[in-house]
Design a protein around this ligand. Structure first.
Ligand code: HEM
Length: 80
C-alpha cells in the first residue's frame, strides 16, 4: 500500500509536535548545518566502514545512533 504524504511526514518528528513543539528547532538545525559545513571544509574523509563490513545497525535511545560505524578524517592542508 503506498504511503500517504501525511504518513511520510510523521515517520520522523525529532522536535515533537503540537503545543510542546520544540522552540529551539531552528537553532538546532542551524547548528547542525554549521558543524557539517565546518567538518566538510576542514577535513577529508579517509574511511567509512564497520568492523564486519556490513551496514551499520541503528540503535534507538534518546536519539538514534549507528552501531559500529567508524569514520576516519584527516585535517586538510591549509592553502595560503
Ligand atoms: C537536536 C536538537 C533538539 C531536539 C532533537 C529537540 C527535541 C525536542 C522535543 C522532541 C521537544 C518536545 C518535548 C515534549 O513533547 O514534551 C522539545 C521541547 C523543547 N525544546 Fe528542544 N530539541 C532540540 C534542541 C533544542 C534547543 C537548541 C533548544 C533551545 C535553545 C530547545 C529548547 C526546547 C524547549 C524550551 C522545549 C520545551 C517546549 C515546551 O514544552 O513548550 N531544544 N525539544
Amino acid at each position: 500500500m503506498p504511503t500517504s504524504e501525511t504518513n511520510r511526514r510523521k515517520v520522523s518528528m525529532p522536535f515533537g509536535a503540537g503545543p510542546r513543539l520544540c522552540p529551539g528547532r531552528f537553532l538546532a538545525l542551524d547548528e547542525m548545518k554549521m558543524v557539517i559545513s565546518m567538518l566538510a571544509k576542514n577535513f577529508d574523509i579517509d574511511r567509512v566502514d564497520t568492523p564486519d563490513n556490513q551496514a551499520p545497525q541503528e540503535r534507538l535511545t534518546f536519539t538514534m545512533a549507528p552501531v559500529g560505524l567508524r569514520l576516519t578524517l584527516h585535517r586538510r592542508q591549509e592553502y595560503a
